[in-house]
Design a protein. Structure first.
Lengths: 451, 451
């Protein structure tokens, strides 16, 4: 088989690369090679346990590809020859390409823990059948231990607490849950929400072994605590799937990602890489960062899809802004750009601004929830570096106002003067909107520092 | 009495000017002069009828001013002498200022209609007592006619339809409701929502008289239709309250607003004006536009408050972007910047992009609603000119991502590559988010036009 463009991987990065390329270059033949036939939407995996009435609702369909005239091949690439432009597959077949995109994703990291390879331990994969099995198993579980307090772990804890049928424990090595995405006050609020939902949170603790014989029985922590467990869910991070690229001699970063330039091109000029398997640079520091998000992957995919048959200088990735959102209990949390914690680690001089207001106005309106915003700006210049928000569901899109602001190099003085839309039933009042007032608060500090 | 700064008007514009000035210049004495003792939050007026359990919830409190050390004087300014820097008040007292800010707002326009001055006709004011009287009266009304299909009229219609006790009619001269803020397809969706709520919509129709003897009985339209009415609510627009400024010899625009420069300074160097009474220029055309929004007023107020004792060049208003949001029935609508309609009126060459997706992912998740985005870009350059959105409550903040984008001169190529946060429970999928896909759609058209 031969195609103008072959995309390896059917996740968000691969799918959007193929669709973008087909839209920009309609005359080219495009194929997606994927090795999981029953792949699911990765971000929604935790919600397959309870929120969805049927886990198959989370299947990725092939309709958009059929409509676009993109071929799907279900097989696994085992070797890549960049001299002959050919992929060899598990079935023995070969795929020839003019351009190749590697969107091979990441795989869950398996901690070297005694007892981790026994029935009842679930490593999160993107396969419908494996996740359906986990869902079934959680129904009868009395005790569930989650290892890892990042987004996946915390979202599983929140989701599992909704079933009310099991004791749910979450274990995180770092001093706080979601330590990489938020500053302490937001991490603490997230922990409080989970505790309100009945989750038992163990931070600053490491699992040392998983006990059991033929079935999981307990997880032992580094302080000797033994947490009873019928199920252990492991969500402690991942690593890039870069073996195929590495064996083919493509340049690999020291953290194991496939090296790419700003146009998502690898060290071979006919091969691009996007998504979790490709090098992520931080938007501000330009250093390699292990932040894997579908929203970043799809931005990269649009860049690769556009540049694949001819570089367009304006379409380059400027680094990952790490824009996240999530929901714990009834409260939504979101973060974009740098936190105080990451600024301190990287040596950025900063000024912050905070503000809180009800998310409807007047705040006595039914359904009003408190909204809290923290903004991080570069000291002196006042450039927006990051923002964190908690509140009602509108947080999920308000974070994108900040995310766009960061990518447009918004300044604190500009933000304070921004005209925004407000409505009694949909937002805080224009007089006290936390987006503006947090900028005002930061400016007051900048002013005080100068007097 | 003498103050360093006197602000005339206690609405959003006056309040925020006073608070900003006091924050930037803490050593200066600041006074707010207001003529309504029981003023309410203007944007929330329609929701005082039914949504609020008690209309007094919408009162503007004096607490923030007391806390900031700002004096409140309840009286009415009757004359301004810019030579002596003095205001004369209805009580006969005088107020001397070093700097003056006019935030006198607008007043509802009273159409020259036979029978308009009779009991049962309500002109919307910002007084708690008047609005409480209207609320009481609506409880027993069987037939209510609203004149004016802009935001106020449409929001009153939506709110009154929730009481289920009256027939509600809305009458608008223009061919569509909310004709100034949205293009036809969004206007039509708004109309459909109101019809679903039981509202009877009469567009392209003008009221010619209000019938009744001592009490309103009916509204007669220009096609002869007679709509029975116990109450008539008039919301057909307003005009700037600029008499005080005009009598004092300040420059007034041909549409009756107080002329101001980019720093909100009037033709007298010690007098500034902000909010509905002050000249509004369009962000793109720089022409005078009759768009009165609390969110624009508060942006102007922050600019005036900062510049009042010394112009800061970076803090200037760049014109009104007209960012609105509202809710009709269960659907939220928002608009910012220019529509196709306003672009056509002004002769802008444009390209548009549309996209629709469920606002959760997968779209089968409980609570998911369709989200629709239309974006307007300048042809060739691709600069973002405007956006319209319909969908669930997150529309209320997503419009601000576009509003900030417009104010930062975001380009369609940049928007298509933006990294945004997404979450299954809070937003559309990253692969199909309408914010990105509408940009993609517009780019595809730009590309096709060039081939």
């Amino acid at each position: 088989m031969k195609f103008d463009l072959v995309v390896v991987g059917g996740g968000p990065a691969g799918s959007i690369t193929a669709l973008t390329a087909k839209s920009v270059y309609p005359g080219k033949s495009v194929c997606i090679l994927k090795d999981i036939g029953d792949g699911v939407i990765p971000c929604a995996i935790p919600y397959m346990i309870n929120t969805m009435s049927d886990p198959s609702q989370n299947m990725v369909g092939n309709k958009p590809f059929e409509n676009a005239g993109i071929e799907i091949v279900v097989d696994k690439a085992t070797a890549l020859n960049t001299a002959t432009n050919k992929l060899t597959m598990l079935s023995g077949r070969e795929l020839e390409y003019e351009r190749l995109v590697l969107a091979t994703g990441s795989k869950a990291f398996l901690p070297p823990l005694e007892g981790i390879r026994q029935p009842g331990v679930f490593i999160i994969t993107k396969s419908l059948s494996a996740l359906t099995a986990l869902r079934e198993r959680t129904k009868s579980a009395k005790n569930i231990v989650i290892l890892g307090g990042g987004f996946i772990g915390a979202e599983f804890a929140d989701e599992l607490s909704k079933t009310h049928s099991a004791n749910v424990h979450i274990v995180e090595m770092m001093p706080k849950l979601l330590h990489l995405a938020f500053d302490d006050e937001f991490c603490d609020a997230i922990t409080q929400e989970l505790i309100k939902c009945g989750v038992q949170v163990h931070t600053g603790r490491r699992a040392v072994s998983i006990q059991g014989e033929n079935r999981v029985k307990a997880v032992v922590l580094d302080d000797g605590t033994s947490l009873p467990a019928d199920i252990v869910i492991v969500g402690v991070g991942g690593k890039p799937n870069s073996e195929l690229a590495e064996k083919a001699g493509l340049m690999i970063t020291k953290k194991g990602s496939i090296w790419v330039n700003s146009y998502m091109r690898t060290s071979d000029k006919n091969v691009f890489a996007v998504g979790d398997c490709a090098l992520k640079r931080d938007f501000f520091t330009r250093e390699e960062v292990p932040v894997w998000l579908a929203s970043t992957a799809t931005a990269e995919a649009r860049i690769a899809g556009t540049n694949i048959f001819g570089i367009r200088v304006l379409r380059q990735i400027h680094g990952t802004v790490s824009a996240f959102s999530t929901k714990m209990g009834d409260v939504c949390f979101a973060s974009t750009g740098m936190t105080c914690r990451t600024c301190e680690m990287e040596g950025f001089r900063i000024i912050t601004g905070d503000a809180t207001a009800p998310d409807r106005h007047p705040g006595t309106l039914p359904g009003a929830l408190p909204m809290k915003i923290k903004l991080v700006f570069a000291d002196r210049s006042g450039t927006l570096l990051g923002g964190q928000i908690s509140g009602g569901p509108s947080v999920g899109e308000l974070i994108n106002a900040l995310s766009i602001g960061i990518q447009m190099k918004l300044n604190v003085r500009e933000l304070e003067m921004m005209q925004i839309a407000t409505h009694p039933l949909l937002s805080a009042a224009p007089t006290v909107h936390p987006l503006i007032n947090a900028a005002h608060n930061a400016l007051a500090k900048l002013r005080a520092g100068r007097d």
